[in-house]
Design a protein. Sequence first.
Length: 547
Amino acid sequence: MSSHAIVSLDAIHKSFGATPVLSSLSLTLQAEQRIALVGENGAGKTTLARIINGESMPDSGTIQCQGIVGYLPQHIAFDPDATIASYIAQAVGQLAEMQQTLTTLEHALATTPDDPDLLTDYGELQAEFIALGGYDLEYRTEQVMVGLAIDYLEPETPMQYLSGGEQTRVALAAVLLKNPDVLILDEPTNHLDQHLLDWLADYLLRYDHAVLLISHDRRFINRVATHVAELDAITRTLTLYHGNYDAYRTEREQRFAAQVAAHEAQQSELKQLRHQIKWQNNNVGKRNQHIESDKLLRNAKIENSHHTRGAKIRDAKQRLEILEADKIDHPGRVWQIAFPFEPLPLGSRYAFQINNLQIAYDERILVKDFSAAVETGERVILVAPNGTGKSSLLQILAGQQAPHRGTVIASPSAQIGYLAQDNHQLDANTRVWDALPAIGDRLSRQAALHRMGLFAPDWLDGQTVGALSVGMQRKLLIARLVMTQANILLLDEPTNHLDLAALEALEMGLQTFEGTVIAASHDQTFIDRIATQIWRITDQGIEIERR
């Protein structure tokens, strides 16, 4: 398929009240392009996706879309009575309607086979039906359900009875089966284990339409993306980079270095011009001190000197005006996020001692007779497919769930910080300030938030937790862990919903963390950077790999 523009955005502006979200944003999305959209939480990524999907309108600017859009949002909405089958049928409903129309046209053609209008209508509709994968829908449905590991679910199962991960995978299956011209996926990797991530990456690599991907998974972006588009949280504009995530990081650093060099060169020239004008002005009118025997020659030289100095001053002023009118702003980076963990001392050799642990769910044994001693300073990553007991193990270690059998003994000086997989630990109606731990005075807590690059003072008192984006809520939860000085961190998919800057800041914080970390993660880059041990949960038990 030859590339052509499917979506064109030109000079898009969008504000919420007095707060600008998108400014002079332009983007062209072509067939077979796979663009990863990155940027800070709150930079406008989801807003842009909703505008392309037609759910939100810009304040100004133009949008042109030449095909069907399929959108997977971060939060799945469905009718309370919806089943898996009805949910998917609604998503691909256009194909069902087209198939019914084709059948009607076929019956009409059987009666009047030479009707040119019927032949034209049938031919055009059939071509579109084929392009959307209508004739192989049944085969593709089976392929996608198996690929996303939800083929075990009964089609008539109500959506509300599914887990959050199952709901996400059903919704992902529905949008893939729609086979849209523009496929928009907003954080599709949050509930996928490594096997499913690999399957989805392979699927997208074979997808012959346009893809707009919002994701924090760097390995996934590296595999899938042909371009990276960065939304700047300060300028609210978008910059397009060619290549995958690694190529984007390299080019972004090169561009930043070039911008710094250009700014410094201009500042140096401005300083030199101002000095030159000042020096020339101070010297105009001074008498030539050289003794000349010829008065006429002396006067001629003085006049020529004044003329030369005047010309130099005019040239310098003109150049100064040009530079002042086109001044290069300092390319200051976005406010840097950091998570400076300062844990309380853990004065024992072992953070946990686990003896003959057994974890069960609905009579199904997930983990059997597991014993281990977790030394202080270890960073353990739990790796396993979804539904195999990772979250249950973390909850048992956190004291929030009792084991089916066995014991867990924590260090007597353990200060445990637990981060759940979602943000249910927060009350949406609570003010941001009240969601923080009451440790120290207000100024010290504000200073701690400032060091983490989080929350201006007006947000603390003026906004509720529910007004924050999902990513900002995640940052708030991590900030709470930092401020409690926990010396044992139990983290369930900690990279979920974080933007890339915050994710990398979290990694840096954990790499220097002097306590103990046990985390469940599917993010391979995170695993590679953090793990000193990997615990793999298998049918045979938990296998420990030391690094």
